[in-house]
Design a protein around this ligand. Structure first.
Ligand SMILES: [Fe+2]
Length: 295
């Protein structure tokens, strides 16, 4: 929310996978202390202040701290549906909070803010994004971001081992991208805000996983595979937009050129509380400057 002012950017784009990855209960023991299993072992927290500080650390790492009592944990352990319900509620409330903050921090600054869902995000957040009076959800739309550059956006991806909410076959991705791309006035100045990067590039390399979802190690190294999308690549080759901004594969920070199109993946280190991004200065059909950022 502060990046626009800090980098003097007039447009902010956050392209998906915006919800937290899990709930971390902080359990009130009723005697002023709390128990929490966050780092792999159970720890005892001795005061409300310390518990609040831990909650902040958990939140900054991309998880949802949840204050509760031992009875509620027992109930949730016995009933997975309760956990799912709570998880959805926390995700929706989290996004609502960010929407309020965006409006508070950005209204009147002249900065426009585009936030769209990614494959990891549940469909329940779409309504929150779309009902914001300040943030624009550009998903599956052609939007003109500054009078000179149109942007197409897609948070859906090809299939992953994680069976996330928005995964479809490549043919469906191709249709969705084509539906937007065919409406562009001028692809030469367009932005491909397509969550999944193009296949067979340095920005789509992900660890190969075994059937138990553990990385495959060979010769002391993690085996990497191309996990990007055929449809993303085909559409870039066909339309040759100005720029592709991608994410999804956290391990593959980098830049690649496909024909005239510069494609970027800033990578992600959300677990370390680090926000990675791309700062880009566009002018007409040219990229004046670019820089991968981290902060
Ligand atoms: Fe993703």
């Amino acid at each position: 929310m502060n990046a626009g002012k800090f980098y003097k950017a007039n447009v902010l784009v956050l392209g998906g996978d915006i919800t937290g990855k899990m709930i971390v209960p902080i359990i009130d023991q009723g005697n002023g202390t709390y128990k929490c299993n966050y780092t792999g072992s159970e720890m005892t927290i001795k005061s409300k202040e310390e518990a609040e500080a831990l909650a902040k650390t958990i939140r900054d790492s991309g998880y949802y701290p949840y204050f509760c009592e031992p009875k509620e944990v027992e109930e949730m352990n016995a009933n997975k549906e309760l956990v799912d319900k709570l998880f959805k509620r926390l995700m929706v409330e989290g996004v609502q909070g960010w929407m309020r903050l965006a409006e508070e921090r950005l209204k009147g600054t002249g900065i426009s803010c585009y936030i769209s869902p990614g494959n990891d995000d549940i469909f329940e957040i779409d309504e929150v994004l779309s009902s914001s009076s300040y943030v624009i959800n550009p998903e599956e739309k052609v939007v003109d971001i500054d009078g000179d550059h149109e942007m197409i956006t897609l948070g859906y991806t090809n299939h992953t081992p994680w069976n996330s909410p928005r995964e479809v076959d490549e043919e469906v991705l191709e249709r969705k991208i084509e539906a937007m791309a065919s409406k562009l006035k001028d692809p030469k100045t367009a932005i491909w805000n397509i969550h999944v990067p193009p296949i067979d590039t340095p920005i789509d390399q992900a660890p190969k996983l075994d059937p138990t979802l553990k990385p495959v190690i060979s010769g002391g190294h993690m085996v990497m595979i191309s996990a990007g999308s055929v449809a993303t690549r085909k559409s870039i080759e066909k339309y040759q937009p100005l720029i592709g901004i991608h994410g999804h594969i956290h391990e593959s920070k980098g830049i690649v050129k496909i024909g005239r199109t510069m494609c970027f993946n800033p990578g992600s280190e959300y677990g370390e509380g680090i926000l990675r991004g791309l700062l880009c200065d566009l002018e007409g059909d040219k990229i004046k400057s670019y820089m991968l950022t981290s902060g």
